[in-house]
Design a protein. Structure first.
Length: 71
């Protein structure tokens, strides 16, 4: 059986997209090319976040979930 893990979420609204990246250890990173430039900022950890809060980020709604295949 192939297993996959959530690795990213793309958010959108008002003609602008942002993203959150999730690392294997559960760290959540936020990226907004306008606000953060080339940097990602740490946005929490899955162990301490309300998972329902992943459906939106800074006023934008989740549009796409990105999964990675586990080996």
């Amino acid at each position: 059986m192939v297993r996959s893990t959530l690795r990213g979420i793309v958010y959108g609204g008002a003609g602008h997209f942002t993203a959150r990246y999730l690392t294997a250890d559960g760290t959540v990173w936020f990226h907004d090319g306008i606000a953060t430039g080339r940097r990602c900022i740490q946005d929490g950890h899955l162990d301490t976040m309300d998972l329902a809060s992943l459906s939106h980020a800074r006023g934008k709604l989740a549009l796409t979930l990105v999964y990675g295949r586990e080996e």
